[in-house]
Design a protein. Structure first.
Length: 422
């Protein structure tokens, strides 16, 4: 093993702790490859029982990484009471085994005409491999597949795509909504540049989507280049909101936003008792200042328009992850972006002044591009609720550096969202 990093933590106090590792392995020829390893720690009295559930559905699964093909896909460490599984073994999402198999991709390309057409032709690629982008055990798996045709005339075709696998049949609904939206945008709003869905695969609950490339906007802020993209982000969101897309479901309403925010504040107060008094005051303020449930503008909204869901490349910007695409209040998207931007202070240690300046520029540009009123009080209320969820998520994922910053400035960040100049 050449290296090992913690990629994500799922922590529920007094219940269990799951840790996703990204291990870098080096073979005898000094070639390196990566693999996901998921460890779940349980209380000693139930650890073996929980591992039994994992082992029972193992079957003939082998690790995806060639360097680990002779290693068992799951095991139990008695001294730590941890059940360990190697990708792609996933008890709650067994179909990821096929979705992460290059031979399955080859089979799809050969047997699904729409898949071959999406890749630009009929010839089967010579080589198929994938990069591990994001894995949430039991919930989502995102891979970037690379297709190679060597030096054949096919070399100008698309060489990569994104494969996203879900735990249930919801993948088809996500695919159909995004395809309908992309068709509408291509016909009426060509300036909306988002990765198009390519193929929906029922047998693996997977969707293939164009690989747009680029760098996350959140990462651009980490290098000091984030503010340069703010106006383009506002223009993209305004264009999506001004568009017409039929057949979308209703987005979560004000009451749902309030409920989830209150639950997050209660859990956070339990986990961080030194902030309990401040969280009680914030909860009372969020409940007291909830906007009236009046009829407001309803438009197509992204549903998760965050800095980490935007990609930038060569002076262009796009949004990804349209799973929550719906018909709702456009100011929810605006507030979600503001909350994600301001929370980079906690998540990445960015200066509060820089982020406040970028947030103000985003709101100003967006307001200039839409015909409806951008009520600052409504935006602030939504942003405070979304920030409450992010605070609880930071604790749940045990990001120690972020937790230290959260303890220092979390409550004041929400207060500032409420009290920003109007």
């Amino acid at each position: 093993m050449a290296a090992c990093a913690i990629e994500l933590v799922y922590y529920k106090p007094h219940r269990h702790c799951g840790v996703l590792y990204r291990a870098t392995l080096r073979d005898r020829a000094a070639a390196e490859t990566e693999e996901w390893v998921f460890g779940q720690a349980f209380a000693p009295e139930i650890g073996r029982q929980r591992f039994g559930y994992l082992e029972a559905c193992l079957g003939d699964v082998r690790p995806a990484c060639a360097a680990l093909r002779d290693v068992a896909a799951a095991g139990y460490w008695d001294d730590l009471h941890i059940a360990v599984s190697l990708f792609p073994h996933d008890r709650k999402m067994p179909m990821v085994r096929r979705a992460a198999d290059p031979e399955y991709v080859r089979h799809v390309l050969q047997t699904h005409p729409e898949a071959g057409e999406a890749m630009g032709g009929r010839a089967t690629p010579v080589s198929i491999g994938f990069d591990r982008l994001k894995y949430m055990p039991g919930k989502r798996c995102v891979l970037r597949y690379h297709l190679g045709w060597g030096d054949s005339p096919e070399r100008g075709r698309r060489r990569s795509f994104i494969s996203k696998t879900y735990p249930d049949g919801g993948a088809r609904q996500v695919f159909e909504r995004l395809r309908g939206a992309c068709d509408a945008w291509r016909a009426r709003d060509p300036g909306i540049d988002v990765p198009r869905p390519l193929v929906a695969l029922e047998d693996t609950h997977s969707n293939w989507v164009e690989d747009w490339g680029g760098t996350p906007l959140a990462a651009a802020f980490a290098t000091g280049d984030g503010e340069a993209h703010i106006e383009r982000a506002a223009a993209l969101l305004a264009a999506i909101h001004r568009s017409r897309v039929d057949g979308l479901p209703a987005a979560p309403d004000r009451d749902e936003v309030l409920r989830t925010a209150v639950e997050a504040l209660e859990r956070y107060a339990t986990d961080v008792p030194e902030h309990a008094k401040a969280m009680t005051e914030l909860r009372q303020r969020i409940e007291r200042e909830a906007p009236a449930s009046l009829e407001s503008t309803r438009v197509p909204i992204h549903g998760a328009f965050r800095a980490e869901q935007l990609l930038v490349r060569d002076g262009r910007i796009t949004a990804i992850d349209f799973d929550a695409l719906a018909f709702g209040d456009p100011l929810q998207d605006v507030a979600e972006f503001i909350a994600s931007l301001r929370y980079l202070e906690v998540g990445m240690g960015r200066p509060r002044g820089e982020l406040a300046r970028a947030a103000a520029a985003f709101c100003e540009q967006y307001a200039a591009l839409v015909p409806w009123r951008c009520d600052p009080d409504r935006i602030a209320w939504y942003a405070a609720g979304y920030t409450a969820n992010k605070m609880h998520s930071t604790i749940k994922h045990l990001d120690l550096a972020a937790i230290a910053r959260l303890i220092a400035s979390g409550p004041s960040l929400i207060q500032q969202l409420f009290e920003a100049p109007r």
